[in-house]
Each structure stands twice: as structure tokens, then as C-alpha cells.
Design a protein around this ligand. Structure first.
Ligand code: DGY
Length: 325
């Protein structure tokens, strides 16, 4: 299929530069509303626009019923995310639908967010800011907001994919951290870069002064960080999540943050976003971000470039590296 004739439905307006990049290549219809489309709206728009491909976000849920109801002309679903837990891959595969995502182009960007969260949680950035904004700062004292050292601490990475490896590399090189990790399988030495593998995630927890969650959301990782696993962390550990909210049992983490088993948490992702567990909002020892780990101008353009290029390739019958099914 000639890329000039491809009709692309975009479910959320991208940055101007990203939209321009896609618009130069395809006929685009973009959701005019600043909100998620309902499934009936998405299906109706795909039909009305005669879409060959959909560019969706991680918050457009494409379950089995939605995939089966897509108009036959739709051949590709490209998700503007590296996570793809919102798409029923088995249903897509059964229907012969190609599913594309955005690996690599955002790994370092999300890793930066993980480092920000580690530092902010360890150095009590939220409490410090509140002190100033609330007019309660009365000056320097030797005991003001005592935090934790990041340099030289042990980092546990749960999920050593591209993002996990980027976090590990930066933590080891920039902060002299001793990196440990758990992954479904051990990485080859050149990817491990000196990190210590723990086949059993429970062993990883025991050595994680800082625990960073970078594993995908799957039935196996859902509620990974529950009360029993939190109890295995060293007392006063710091927890960071840049993966998906459902990896964490919120009630258990909130209880541990209140009680001190977890000293602080830096969270960019939550279960049931944006309606996050209210328990987090009462805690001083958290640093919360609104799921913006991959949100830089550069990453957003790279994501659009990758998806539009690969949509055109797939529709022309060519293989692409970022195809999931
Ligand atoms: C991703 O790429 O998966 C980010 O979390 C945005 O959804």
C-alpha cells in the first residue's frame, strides 16, 4: 500500500511535531476531544474514516470484543507506548491484526524518570518543597529533612529489559550503585554489565536498598509487590515504579510507607489512573508524578517517527522490529 493513501486514525492529539510527521505521510483523522474515546466512538470513527491503521495510547483498551468489532479495513494497531497490556494480543493475532509498539526510543527517557524518582524519594524532595511552599521553613538546621544516600547503595531492578538496563547503567556509572536484578531469564554478560542476577525475585528484594520496578504488566507480575514481598526488603528501603501501577499492591505499600518498612516511594504509574489510591495523598514520604516517564519532546517525536515508519512498512508487507504480533 502506498503510504500516501494510508488512512490513519489517531486517538489522542500528539505533539505538533509528531502530528506533522505523521500528517506528511498519511491521511489522518484525529480525535478532536481532549479525552479518551469510548470503544463505540473508536469503532465508529474507524468505520467512518475508513482507517487502515489505528494509532492508540496505553489508555485505549482494546480487548477481545473491541478487536473483533474493528472494521475489516483496519490492519494495524500501533500503540504510542512501550507497554501493550491494554491490547488483547491473542485476539489481534487471531484476527491477523499487526500490533506495533515503541521500544528503544523511550528507554533512556523513562530511565531518567526512574532516577528522578529515586533521588526525589531518597532526598525527601516533596517534603522539602512543601516546607517552602507552606511557609514553614525557618532556616537551615543540621537535622533538617535527613534523607538517604543514593551513591553506593544497592539497587534492585525488577525487569531487566531495555528500560531496566538503562536505569542500571546510569545508576552504576553515575551513582556507583551495586546493581542486582531479577528477570524471567538471565541476561548475557554484555547486557548484564556486572549486575548480579537473582533467579528468585525474593532474593532480589533482600538486597534492594532501592527497588525499581521496570517489568511489564502481565498476569505474572500483577501485584508483585505485595505485603509479603515488601517484608523481604531491607527496612527503610525505597521503592520506585515506572512500569505499571498494577505491579504494586497499593494498600500494602501505603501501610509500609506509614510504618517505616519502606522509607519513601517515587511513583510515576498507578493502578486505576488517574483515580489513584487516596492513601498516597496523605503521605509525606512519597514523590508522585502523573505517568509522564516518557514525556519529553524528543521521545514523543521519536515514538511518532517509529510508529508511522513501521505502519507504512507493515502495510507494504515488510517486517519491522517493533511488531509484537
Ligand atoms: C509506555 O510507553 O508504556 C508509557 O507508560 C506510556 O504509556
Amino acid at each position: 500500500m502506498n503510504s500516501q493513501t494510508i488512512r490513519l486514525l489517531v486517538t489522542r492529539a500528539l505533539t505538533d511535531k509528531a502530528m506533522a510527521f505523521a500528517g506528511e505521510r498519511f491521511h489522518i483523522w484525529c480525535n478532536p476531544h481532549d479525552r479518551i474515546m469510548t470503544t463505540p466512538e473508536l469503532l465508529a470513527a474507524a468505520q467512518a474514516h475508513g482507517a487502515d491503521a489505528l494509532l492508540v495510547t496505553a489508555f485505549d483498551r482494546l480487548d477481545k470484543a473491541a478487536i473483533e468489532a474493528l472494521p475489516p479495513a483496519v490492519k494495524v494497531v500501533a500503540t504510542y507506548s512501550v507497554g501493550h497490556n491494554h491490547i488483547d494480543l491473542a485476539a489481534a493475532s487471531a484476527r491477523g491484526l499487526a500490533v506495533l509498539s515503541t521500544p528503544d526510543v523511550l528507554s533512556d527517557t523513562v530511565a531518567e524518570m526512574a532516577l528522578l524518582l529515586m533521588l526525589a524519594a531518597a532526598r525527601r524532595a516533596y517534603e522539602g518543597q512543601r516546607l517552602i511552599y507552606d511557609g514553614r521553613w525557618v532556616g537551615w538546621t543540621p537535622t533538617l529533612l535527613l534523607g538517604r544516600d543514593v551513591v553506593g547503595a544497592r539497587l534492585g531492578v525488577f525487569g531487566m529489559g531495555r528500560i531496566g538496563r538503562s536505569v542500571a547503567r546510569r545508576a552504576a556509572r553515575g551513582f556507583d550503585m551495586a546493581v542486582h536484578y531479577h528477570n524471567r531469564s538471565r541476561l548475557p554478560g554484555e547486557l548484564e554489565q556486572g549486575a548480579v542476577y537473582h533467579a528468585d525475585a525474593a532474593d532480589l528484594l533482600a538486597v534492594s536498598d532501592f527497588l525499581v520496578l521496570t517489568a511489564p504488566s502481565t498476569p505474572q507480575t500483577a501485584r508483585f509487590l505485595d505485603a509479603a514481598r515488601i517484608a523481604r526488603l531491607p527496612r527503610g528501603a525505597i521503592v520506585v515504579n515506572v512500569a505499571r501501577g498494577d505491579l504494586v499492591d497499593d494498600a500494602a505499600l501505603i501501610a509500609a510507607l506509614r510504618e517505616g518498612q519502606v522509607a519513601a516511594a517515587g511513583l510515576d504509574v498507578f493502578d486505576n489512573e488517574p483515580d489513584i489510591h487516596p492513601g498516597y495523598l496523605d503521605l509525606p514520604n512519597v514523590f508522585l508524578q502523573p505517568h509522564q516517564g516518557s514525556s519529553t519532546l524528543g521521545a514523543r517525536v521519536r515514538m511518532a517517527e517509529l510508529l508511522t515508519t513501521s505502519i507504512a512498512s507493515v502495510l507494504a508487507g515488510a517486517p519491522v522490529a517493533n511488531r509484537i504480533v
